[in-house]
Design a protein around this ligand. Structure first.
Ligand SMILES: [Zn+2]
Ligand SMILES: [Zn+2]
Length: 274
């Protein structure tokens, strides 16, 4: 009984993460074009038709832009909250709706909790998946966090969370002042140091893997994200940190491990997308 977590790619040009148990395949977010999604899944020997359903965090194009295509082309069943479904104009016949703090059961082993997070002009949610007595949190696009989020993510074995920008790079970078302010605001994105502060509150000795996602290509870099986050969590976190960039899939992580081999992430061979 284990859950396999593979980031197909994360960033402002598209996000999608695959969750697999022995009986179901679920996508979190559909931010790639149909062709890109198909290509990335094919690297894992999966067809879009093999996907049981997709859950959307919010309606922004880099998370939901591929949703209507997936419904039209592959009859994909999509789960979203009403606001997200409405903004994306999803096909009601192929859409199921969830509310805040709902527990969604998919297949025999997987359940997923929806936790609202603040993100401007959207009703964004983080997902906490449970399988085999362990939990994985998938959190992205939030300007700040709530006590509720801390409560549900505390002690998760796996945490994927955005580390969007480096404070200094954003300040010195090319974006207009108003956009910089929007990114920094409560409804924007998390900086590397905010992500570090959040992780310092929720990481425990149970936390094995942290994956930093949705790094800004202009205002961040992998080594800045990793070193800043480590600065905040080195006292509480003893596991491994990984980065998911725009190209993927790169690595598969496991929770609810049924055997020792499942404790180590699997690196895929030379998978790169133009
Ligand atoms: Zn967003
Ligand atoms: Zn985004």
């Amino acid at each position: 009984m284990s859950l396999r977590i593979t980031h197909l790619g994360t960033g402002s040009r598209g996000n999608s993460t695959l969750l697999e148990t022995d009986d179901v395949k679920v996508l979190i977010d559909l931010g790639f074009s149909g062709a890109q999604l198909q290509k990335r899944l094919a690297m894992l020997n999966i067809e879009p038709e093999d996907i049981d359903c997709a859950l959307l965090s919010h309606h922004h194009g880099d998370h939901g832009g591929g949703a209507t295509i997936a419904q039209r082309k592959w009859d994909m069943q999509i789960l979203a909250n009403e606001r997200t479904a409405q903004e994306l104009d999803l096909d009601p016949l192929k859409t199921s709706y969830f509310g805040a703090l709902d527990v969604i059961r998919i297949g025999d082993e997987l359940s997923i909790l929806t936790v609202p997070v603040p993100h401007s002009g959207s009703e964004n949610v983080a997902f906490v998946a449970s399988c085999g007595g362990e939990r994985a949190a998938i959190i992205t696009d939030l300007g700040s966090w709530t006590d509720e989020l801390i409560k549900h993510v505390y002690g998760c074995e796996h945490i994927s969370i955005e580390a969007n920008y480096d404070d200094r790079k954003l300040s010195a970078g090319p974006y207009p002042y108003s956009l910089k302010e929007r990114i920094r605001g409560r409804g924007g994105h998390l900086s590397n140091s905010q992500t570090g502060q959040f992780l310092a509150e929720v990481s425990t000795e149970s936390t094995r893997n942290i994956v930093l996602t949705h790094l800004s290509e202009k205002n961040n870099s992998p080594h800045l994200a990793e070193s800043t986050v480590l600065y905040y969590i080195s006292e509480v976190f003893d596991g491994d940190i990984y980065i998911s960039l725009q190209d993927g899939p790169e690595m598969t992580h496991y929770i609810g491990a049924s055997g020792l081999e499942n404790l180590t992430p699997t690196k895929l061979n030379e998978v790169k997308i133009d």
